[in-house]
Design a protein around this ligand. Sequence first.
Ligand code: ZN
Ligand code: ZN
Length: 352
Amino acid sequence: MTDADRIAEPDGAGAPGPVEALREIGFWLERGRAQTHRVKAYRRAAEVVAGLSPDELATYQAAGIWQDLSGIGPKTAAVITQACAGQIPDYLADLRRAAQPIGAPGKPLRQRLRGDLHTHSNWSDGGSPIEEMMGVAAALGHEYCALTDHSPRLTVANGLSAERLRRQLDVVAELNERFAPFRVLTGIEVDILDDGALDQEADLLAELDIVVASVHSHLRADSATMTKRMVYAVANPNVDVLGHCTGRLVAGVRGNRPESTFDAELVFEACKKYGTAVEINSRPERLDPPSRLLRLAVEIGCHFAVDTDAHAPGQLDWQGYGCERAVANGVDPDRVINTWPVDDLLAWTAGS
Ligand SMILES: [Zn+2]
Ligand SMILES: [Zn+2]
């Protein structure tokens, strides 16, 4: 069984109900890199149906009037009708059939990964609630998954103030009771500011399980400035992972962006010295770090984290892309911190 098959048949058999069918369609579309507007209709319809009582469900189904509900169109109505009739909706069956394996050469590493350390929910710029993200992470076979929404200054991504992050911690604590033994790790993707300081209160960062630090602004600063900025950040005892270090964007819907320039040797030496893992970002439009830098980090003896940076549940299955690149560039699985059991991982992040 592949990881994605677990999504298709969580308990081995049976047709999904209407909410599950709509969500699973969302999963396959996101996994296949669909534009968000194509996915939104299905996720929205799932929400609408999830809000109905069993009686209402039966009434709409019997009368065949699903499209009377706001948020349900002809395509989503067809899915709901078939699912309510106990069938596997045609569209879902097509998507399952058409799904391609992701990053097959990276499979030995993918099988060793126990979790994902960089994901976003709709609290910042992700598309889905925390609960749905984590439900899919668990269904993919993860033992843990860190929720790392953006920090305050990234206003375009609705970054979380200290107050909102504290509120999120309560939500995560409650989810952990429901999801156990699967563990939702608390976290943040914190912006590295121009001077290398971090965009969140230090006390709050210290409380979090996982702190991913990334540069999102002034990516074109000169090499000396960028190097200083990044070294300062990775040396910060609260930082556990250096996110998408070059900031580059390769072919994709977001266009292209060149790598930031910095002294990679110095930055990776600092990562090693201060116990910060270098992220292998699995997003197909990032492929960050580029292979030559990945090999340099291997040579220096860094730790790594193979993360999805998922902004939607289906993107949680992109880890295979990162694994493929890690394997191709000689990354030792034992140096990948998310192959470790959760206690070892948390002891490492707390101590470094
Ligand atoms: Zn980022
Ligand atoms: Zn991110």
